[in-house]
Design a protein around this ligand. Structure first.
Ligand code: SF4
Length: 501
């Protein structure tokens, strides 16, 4: 493990300053604002206030607009969930508790800033087990190695450190199938129960969420499952297996009955890209089934049988981007695409960026991102050497990615911001990432990740993909984001811009 980091200079943009009220005050305020008689007006007021706040930042107008559309879609999604009862009062309390602590001050955040010259990462994504009951095509967890599992003590220690050392209040749990996690006689929900100030987003295939799991989720109150689907029923079953769609719909029913907020997670491939956000799919999941939010992951050629031909084409990616913002704007549904939402989170959030994250898998391997399968550290070795998760900040492989993010679009001056709709060092800028991997020698986390680095077709294919995306997406960036008069350009939601003004 390397120990010296490259220096990461700070560049701050001018932003309106907000003083964080105490969690108690925030909790009381949220409770009042979310009470049924005032909620509708409160949402509309908050919507306008967020738009106004973002308009005053130094952001490019298109970037401010995307941030605003994202935040308002979240507000309206909560409003819908409370109105229809898909979020129970108890689940809402759990969320408010998290929000009050997340937005309130935390001494660890200040201490971290002083030591590392940046705000701490905002969360971790942890895959505590590789064990899974399905066998989906192209899954990043699907290698042929034996199932790995983090011990409960290690899992819990990581979460506790995240809370204590970073003041973080959010954890993403992935897999394998997280609801199959067992260690030391405990399961995933035991971890959630031990950390009531945290909120857990759990990516799951949904097939093990029966009535009793849904009841426990309701009791715990700080977990939301994001269930994987691939579009309509036949497309979902083609990738995930026969009978899975019916099981997923059953899980939706159990969660609705218990008032546990849930969302969906979709992998966009060349085959299902145009189906994913079709009217029929949007209506089914968000209107009929009551999903609160949706995550879109464009297929990345990592994991079992990586296949570049499954990646969405640059043209499909642009169509998906257009359609996603259209759904967010018109339906006010909260949607996030790890790549196409780059404008809403100021680019890549990997490698421990301020507010960003690291990924830790079942073997304790720590990678910059779920989609970069090269480990700069291993949590077991780090703990054995007397370290904490703060030591991840010193790893040069991670620090160099953060350095690149600073130059690319995070805290850069607006006009110098590079294309945030192709923000990914792996998917879009392999010409940057490959030499970095060669220089630092992070450990491939599985055989496929090793093979990919030795496979000329993979390397040439990803480089060509990045170049092809640049050709399609750079003119869009220049026309619709860099140009300060961009609001007038076709494709930009005019009514949203009008409201923002
Ligand atoms: S490495 Fe790529 S996928 Fe991961 S956070 Fe950065 S942009 Fe997103």
């Amino acid at each position: 493990m390397e120990t010296e980091a490259s220096p990461v200079p700070r560049r701050e943009l001018k932003r309106p300053v907000l003083v964080a009220p105490s969690p108690g005050a925030l909790r009381a305020l949220f409770r009042v604002l979310s009470a049924r008689p005032v909620r509708g007006s409160a949402v509309r007021l908050a919507d306008r206030a967020v738009g106004e706040f973002l308009r005053r930042t130094d952001n490019l107008p298109g970037v401010a607009r995307d941030e605003w559309l994202t935040l308002r879609s979240l507000l309206y999604s909560f409003h819908r969930g409370l109105k229809t009862g898909t979020i129970s009062p108890r689940a809402w309390q759990g969320f408010l508790e998290f929000a009050a602590h997340a937005l309130g001050p935390h001494p660890a955040r200040e201490a971290f800033c002083k030591t590392y010259g940046q705000s701490p990462p905002g969360f971790l994504t942890i895959s505590p087990t590789r064990a899974c009951n399905l066998n989906c095509t192209g899954c990043y967890a699907g290698t042929e190695e034996s199932p790995g599992t983090l011990s409960f003590s290690t899992f819990d220690r990581i979460v506790q450190e995240m809370e204590d050392l970073w003041g973080a209040r959010f954890a993403v749990i992935s897999g394998g199938e997280p609801f199959l996690y067992r260690s030391e006689g405990r399961d995933l929900l035991d971890v959630a129960e031990r950390h009531p100030k945290l909120y857990f987003l759990v990516y799951t295939n949904g097939t093990v969420i029966d009535r009793s799991v849904a009841k426990r989720l309701a009791e715990v109150g700080n977990v939301t499952p994001a269930i994987s689907v691939e579009g309509k029923a036949p497309t979902t079953e083609r990738r995930r297996g026969e009978g899975v769609f019916a099981e997923v719909v059953e899980a939706f029913g159990h969660l609705r009955a218990e008032g546990v907020p849930f969302g969906i997670s979709m992998t966009a491939t060349r085959d299902n890209c145009d189906e994913l956000l079709s009217d029929e799919v949007v209506r089914f999941y968000f209107e009929e089934q009551g999903a609160l939010y949706g995550w879109i992951f464009q297929y990345m050629p990592i994991g079992r049988g990586y296949d570049l031909a499954l990646m969405v084409t640059p043209e499909q990616r642009l169509r998906l981007q257009r359609r996603m913002w259209d759904v967010i704007r018109t339906k006010k549904v909260f949607l996030m695409d790890f790549w196409n939402s780059g404008t809403a989170c100021h680019g890549c959030v990997a490698a421990g960026r301020s507010g960003g994250y690291f990924y830790i898998n079942w073997n304790g391997d720590v990678t910059p991102c779920v989609f970069i399968p090269y480990a700069g550290a291993n949590i077991h070795r780090l703990y054995a050497a007397g370290g904490t998760i703060n030591d991840l900040m010193k790893i040069p492989f991670f620090a160099d990615i953060r350095q690149w993010q600073l130059g690319y679009g995070y805290k850069t001056k607006p006009e110098a911001t590079r294309n945030l709709i192709r923000p990914c060092p792996h998917r879009d800028h392999f010409d940057f990432l490959l030499p970095l991997i060669k220089r630092h020698g992070p450990q491939p986390i599985n055989r496929e990740a090793q093979m990919a680095l030795e496979d000329p077709a993979y390397i040439q294919g990803l480089l060509a993909y990045g170049a092809a995306c640049a050709e399609v997406l750079d003119p869009v960036w220049v026309r619709e984001y860099l140009d300060r008069e961009a609001d007038r350009v076709a494709g930009v939601p005019a009514e949203a811009v009008a409201q923002q003004r």
